[in-house]
Design a protein around this ligand. Sequence first.
Ligand SMILES: NC(=O)c1ccc[n+]([C@@H]2O[C@H](COP(=O)([O-])OP(=O)(O)OC[C@H]3O[C@@H](n4cnc5c(N)ncnc54)[C@H](OP(=O)(O)O)[C@@H]3O)[C@@H](O)[C@H]2O)c1
Length: 315
Amino acid sequence: MKKRAVITGAFSYTGSAVARQLVNRGWTVHTLTNRERPAGAERISTSPLRFDEAHLKNELEGADVFINTYWIRLPWGEQTFDTAVERSKMLFRAAKMAGVSRVVHVSVSNASAGRNLGYYDGKAAVEEALRRSGLSHAIVRPTLIVGPNDVLTNNIAWFLRHFPIFPIPGGGDYRLQPITLEDTARIIVSAIEDSSDVEVDAAGKTVFTFKEYVRLLARACGVRRVVIGVPATLVLLALRGIGGILGDVTLTKEEFLGLDQELLISHESPRGEESVENWLMKNGESLGRRYRKEIHRHFGEGSTMAVLNPGTDPE
Ligand SMILES: NC(=O)c1ccc[n+]([C@@H]2O[C@H](COP(=O)([O-])OP(=O)(O)OC[C@H]3O[C@@H](n4cnc5c(N)ncnc54)[C@H](OP(=O)(O)O)[C@@H]3O)[C@@H](O)[C@H]2O)c1
């Protein structure tokens, strides 16, 4: 009999790549999402990601594995990192009540090292809740995931395409270790098909300084730009103004602090196999053509539209 996976976000970013690999490996996939099903994803059944324990338990019944990608990038409206922690715990409780055999949770690199950063503190709390749940589990901690339809790398490319100078907050000597989307999904699928309690990073082979990464993106987009270090407070202030004009949050202070504290690097042997540089050079032509609005995609009208449906991609 086919194994059944329930996953959050199969029509969004990371979850879509995981769902695709699972379907290709013969799994039955059911997703919890508030997005419409895109063309080509007919084999994935769907139900709303509604934070009601009875509903979630019902949807999780009969699953061999539950893959949790749910999180918020930043607090917005009534959604805070505290509410995201509570919702994540509810998902785990529902999985346990439904008798799910295994939970694979997508966290972030150095989840417990980002002290006083809401994103990381919240991630650490969710990891701990899963460890204490008594469920068979895996925790996969990606660094920065690079792939089609990503927000962060795409928007750096958008800035590079539109402005002659790229001011780097704090100089950009801090390092990051990005990984491709397909590699991330492969590592998550391997954790799904494992049966032991494991905690692994998902990081690529190459460590870049942020400045090197921006220069690589400029090369990938085929533009020559002046990349200069500027005090972080000035860049963040300017980004707040630009965000106001774009109707978005471009980069939060906490995200900058996470970068500056080098939380997007791994201290394990890299599991990524695909070269991020090659991926960017190959896909540079499509990067940054349109600015992608985080707020629209996750908190606004775009939150019901499939991210991977080119016909309806609203951004
Ligand atoms: N992207 C990266 O570079 C990166 C790096 C490190 C770690 N991670 C982690 O990897 C996981 C997946 O990230 P992703 O970037 O691929 O995210 P995503 O696909 O955009 O979203 C993942 C899930 O969270 C839900 N979600 C996101 N924002 C929400 C909101 N405001 N309200 C309700 N639900 C919301 C999505 O719901 P819908 O299905 O309805 O969209 C989806 O189920 C997250 O845990 C993230 O922290 C990502």
